[in-house]
Design a protein around this ligand. Sequence first.
Ligand SMILES: [Cu+2]
Length: 399
Amino acid sequence: MLQGFNTSGTVIAEHIQQALEINLWISLVLFASVAIPLVYLAWKYRENNVKDEDIQNVTHNTLLEIVWTVVPTITLFVCFWYGYTSMVTARTMPAIDDSIVVEVEGSKWKWRYEYPANESGFVHKLGGAYTKPVRDENGKLIEKGTMGKSALYVPVNTNIILNMTAPIDDVLHAFFIPAFRMKEDVVPGRITKQWFNSNQVGEYEIECAEYCGTDHSYMYSRVVVLPIAEYNTWFNSNEETPEGDYGNSGDAILQQHGCKSCHAVDSDKVLVGPALKTRRLTKEQVLDVIENGQEKLGYAMGAMPAGMAEGTDAEEIAAYVAGGMIGTQPASFAACSSCHGEDGKGQYGTSPSLVSYDVDLLRNVLKNGKEGMIGTMPAFPYVSDEEVSAIAEYLENTK
Ligand SMILES: [Cu+2]
């Protein structure tokens, strides 16, 4: 599964996304405003419905003509404006003095990166081919493919200019970072330039977006956005790659899978889904589950029956659970503890924890999606176990 347009790692990416959405909606409205009357009028004035004598030859209608000229002109200028302003930001190169310039070479079928010399005169050269997955004769996966060391390491909130080229005897490639909405052709014997400034530590995919031969689909790489201090330590060393696993922090993973477009992490705001860091369940959510029961998450215990508590008991329990189960436990919670445990943390992964986003809960929610009173979350079956653990750890440690 390739990283797609649900991830964003630069401010420009958000501008471009906005331009795209505005263009899409305006186009749909304009399309509908032509197509719907067209079909309706064709039907209304169909041949066997109207006599020729009844048809008037209208030569013009000034008001109507002004409206259908002026309104589309203005709306199309709105499209143009958003497209134009985001293109200008994307195509205006920052000053070289304020930027890190990296030389990029694309060739069949790998990306290579060369940095300027560091304090001690050492030049970092990274990159290389993707190691393809190994499969047996039935096509069963024996060993996963890996990016190896083929990554471009950059500091966060810094302008990065890429000078890109391909060897003279190679073919056309295109350097594409979907999460940054950045794409540029890489042409043999010519230098093309692009720049980006990522505001989010994390790991993002780089793909070749120009069909360039047999292994085009394996012409992958990654850009790893590091905190500035970590980048500088690595850059001024002779180490091949930075130590640590920055791209795999819980925060970075939430960004990479596009979770943050629906879930706030740094605030209490309910976007499309609940805020993840601040609290596990709201009082309304708990009351809803008590009243209606639940069986969607795929826990081994199966369904939770409806009506386990009622009236003031239910209110009391819900307030207690939503408050993070701190303070004296209401006696009525006994109705719940047989399955969810005294401490509400669930039992051996067979019933969910009511107080934390532990690994079991995250794994079940991501595997099956979640449909509750707040809304519907799609399933993310391809999020790996390591990623689930990293997210759980991040959400728990930062509460
Ligand atoms: Cu290519």
